[in-house]
Ligand binder design. Structure first.
Ligand code: HSE
Length: 321
């Protein structure tokens, strides 16, 4: 990470405080493995305040309370420390209060959101000392997450296409057609992204690659212009079938929804399901089918597309709590 133009060891005002808000994300969207992502109207919010004592104290309210670490080993704190280190800035002592709504281990980008929260908090805390532009934010977040498809929409909102070059990760943000009505079906169980990624094949048949190239291209058209094409555009042969045995309930419900004409796919690495409905009426049908599904219980979240992405608000030093 280039720290050119920054001033090493510049002091951060004590009691400086920032509020960060980061959306949930759904990645892959069917054929766009490790490439496509969508930001959703479900948020984690945290307040980070510089304190006199060294170290980090995290209070978690909501999802993850009593489970995630509450010291410098928390993912948010690690992302803050990583960003400070990338710009040769000394890590201050921090109090963090996190109000989390994004379910963990369900394929809704909770780890990406934690990483982006930390990086955006660091951006706010370093305001006036280091200028973190969108390229730097995406590079930092991708380095920590390992792939860009969740962190790009978490940072920038909307529908994102992400790709990597020798110069680092890149993204293009697109505005989704207003008819597109996402539904997320969340099961009780979790899925480890690490396990899901270990199930990827080392190579795929050329015809499967062509299949996904065509569906990915079609999916962009469907999402921004022609939602009626979403069922055909969400077909995939690169990842879902390889992971299906690890989440049989997910596969079973997806097959049921798709048989009824609903564009259902695994959300990220699963086990949640994303249904990219083409209008609100189709989404109501999807919610009814999810509720009537026999087997493990599913919770339906009827969400909007978030167009804003992550935000950081810097509080006046004098007013910081
Ligand atoms: N593209 C990623 C995967 C998203 O499916 O493994 C989950 O982190």
């Amino acid at each position: 990470m280039s720290a050119a133009g920054t001033e090493p060891n510049a002091a951060i005002a004590p009691r400086r405080s920032v509020t960060v808000r980061v959306p949930a994300t759904t990645a892959n969207l069917g054929p766009g493995f490790d490439t496509l992502g969508l930001a959703l109207s479900l948020y984690d919010e945290l307040v980070v305040t510089v304190r006199d004592q060294p170290g980090v104290a995290v209070e978690v309210i909501g999802v993850g309370a009593g489970i995630v670490p509450t010291d410098e080993t928390s993912l948010v704190a690690k992302a803050i420390a990583y960003t400070f280190a990338a710009y040769s800035q000394p890590m201050p002592g921090l109090d963090i209060v996190a109000r989390n709504s994004i379910p963990h281990g369900r394929g809704l980008g909770s780890s990406g959101a934690a990483i982006v929260s930390g990086i955006m908090a660091a951006k706010g805390l370093l305001d006036g000392i280091v200028d973190l532009d969108s390229s730097a934010l995406l590079a930092l977040a991708t380095a920590l997450e390992g792939h860009p498809d969740n962190v790009a929409p978490a940072l920038f909102g909307g529908l994102t296409i992400a790709w990597t070059t020798d110069a680092g990760p890149q993204h293009k943000k697109l505005i989704v057609h207003r008819g597109v009505s996402p539904l997320i079906a969340v099961p009780e169980g979790t899925m480890s992204t690490e396990l899901a990624r270990s199930l990827r094949p080392t190579s795929v048949p050329h015809e499967d690659a062509i299949f996904n190239v065509s569906r990915s291209a079609l999916l962009i058209a469907a999402l921004i212009q022609s939602p009626e094409l979403l069922l055909a555009a969400t077909e995939d042969k690169l990842h879902q079938s390889y992971r299906a045995a690890a989440m049989p309930e997910t596969e079973s419900l997806i097959l049921e929804l798709r048989a009824r004409g609903l564009p259902a796919v695994v959300s990220g690495a699963g086990p949640s399901i994303l249904v990219l409905c083409s209008d609100p009426a189709q989404r109501l049908l999807a919610a009814e089918l999810v509720a009537a599904h026999v087997g493990t219980p599913w919770q339906s979240l009827l969400l909007a597309v978030d167009f804003k992405g992550a935000t950081v608000t810097l509080h006046p030093v004098d007013n910081a709590a």
